[in-house]
Ligand binder design. Structure first.
Ligand SMILES: *[C@@H]1O[C@H](CO)[C@@H](O)[C@H](O)[C@H]1NC(C)=O
Ligand SMILES: *[C@@H]1O[C@H](CO)[C@@H](O)[C@H](O)[C@H]1NC(C)=O
Ligand SMILES: *[C@@H]1O[C@H](CO)[C@@H](O)[C@H](O)[C@H]1NC(C)=O
Length: 386
């Protein structure tokens, strides 16, 4: 019964160990016995998800699992003395931590604070934490929606030169590059790989160690192909088909105007979907503008053909009217029916001529359209398959 009551005076081994380790510990001093030996900080990185790619601010929001591991020569103990404890968690505020930062961070987002680090009996400190970060990244959006992005994360110590603080990779570069297990692979972006390399930069009075990760991601274009390209292509096809409406029926211009109007509405609605950049327009934006221009061109052509038709008709009618007047006041012998017949024949001929002109214009239009489409399709294919 007495054994159930916690012993207040005797500290637990965990408590004892923590007190022993932190007694006289100065968290402001780099934990090495010999000050000339550098502290090597091992870095590891797992990409968990891509939250946002913003063309306007040229930034990438990601979730990464970041790990840094180093040896603290003052946090060493003998597990035999402390009830066999080989690992212990300590408050990260209580011990020395390296000032490794990422140069591209523009905003350290909503990273949950992890107050502890894990230390084992040989002094190895593991500092694991999830980081949600907004990275500055030069985005190439010209090929949208078939684009690939290459964003870099450069880890470095802001203050310590390589003589004091050196960096290294915890796992092999190949293992980090091909790590895909934690990546949320169902979003818009597909992770290609994360190559990394180490380099030193000569800067004001010292060498600084850098480790650079290149996050290579590719957009999945299906959503945009279905939502943007295919409706646009359908409207263009409808427009091409409207050339088979007879020119003298008068519905063609109305039809084409409605197509143009429909296209305008479609474009206004989907303008938000296009990534906006200040400098370059994605090629797909040019594609939409060019489709609109082609629709206008086809409308203008139809108007021209109809104008030609009506111009001809009035001339033919005038001719026949003067013929009738001549008939009426001149020789009264000729019949009215004959002049009507001439008018019909002239009109029929004119109609045939107009149809011919229309056909030629249609072929020119079709040629322009096919050239334009095949150029774009080739470009997009080369981007999509590269
Ligand atoms: C510190 O390390 C350097 C070389 O690594 C060595 O020459 C020097 O003697 C060491 N100093 C002490 C106090 O151990
Ligand atoms: C501490 O961790 C490192 C890395 O996991 C390991 O190599 C080392 O043996 C561990 N030390 C002890 C005493 O367990
Ligand atoms: C990504 O960018 C870095 C530098 O910005 C460059 O060294 C690297 O070759 C690029 N990688 C690819 C695959 O384009």
């Amino acid at each position: 019964q007495l054994a159930c009551v916690p012993e207040k005076h005797k500290r637990s081994p965990l408590n004892q160990l923590t007190r022993t380790l932190l007694r006289g510990y100065d968290s402001g001093v780099r934990p090495v016995q010999n000050w000339t030996s550098p502290t090597v900080v091992y870095i590891d990185l797992i990409l968990q998800s891509i939250l946002n790619v913003d063309g306007k601010t040229q930034s990438l929001t990601t979730c990464i699992w970041y790990r840094q591991i180093w040896t603290d020569e003052f946090l060493v103990w003998d597990p035999e003395e402390f009830d066999g404890i080989t690992e212990i968690s300590l408050l990260s505020d209580a011990i020395w931590v390296p000032d490794v930062i990422v140069s591209e961070f523009v905003d350290e987002g909503k990273s949950p604070p992890i107050p502890y680090v894990y230390v084992n009996s040989s002094g190895l400190v593991k500092n694991y934490r999830p980081v949600q970060a907004v990275l500055a990244c030069k985005l190439e959006l010209y090929a949208f929606p078939f684009d690939k992005q290459n964003c870099t994360l450069t880890f470095r110590s802001w203050l310590h030169s390589v003589q004091e603080l050196d960096l290294a990779l915890w796992r092999s570069a190949e293992a980090i590059a091909s790590e895909q297990t934690e990546f949320m692979n169902d979003g818009e972006w597909e992770l290609l790989s994360i190559p990394s390399h180490y380099w030193q930069l000569q800067q004001a009075g010292g060498e600084y160690a850098h480790i650079q990760f290149n996050v290579l991601i590719r957009r999945r274009p299906l959503l945009y192909v279905v939502g943007l390209l295919i409706p646009s292509i359908f409207l263009m096809l409808v427009d091409v088909m409207s050339f088979y409406l007879p020119i003298n029926s008068g519905t063609r211009v109305t039809f084409k105007t409605s197509t143009l109007l429909g296209y305008t509405v479609f474009r206004v609605n989907l303008m938000d979907e296009l990534p906006a950049t200040a400098v370059t327009t994605p090629l797909i934006g040019v594609f939409f503008a060019a489709c609109m221009a082609l629709l206008m061109l086809s409308l203008a052509k139809s108007i021209l053909a109809i104008k030609l038709l009506h111009h001809g008709e009035t001339e033919v009618r005038q001719m026949s009217v003067s013929a009738q007047l001549l008939d009426h006041y001149g020789s009264l012998g000729q019949s009215f029916a004959e002049s009507l017949f001439t008018t019909d024949v002239a009109q029929g001929k004119w109609l045939v001529l107009c149809a011919k002109v229309d056909r030629v214009l249609f072929r020119v239009y079709l040629f322009i359209l096919v050239m334009y489409t095949s150029t774009l399709v080739l470009l997009w294919l080369s981007w999509g398959l590269a």
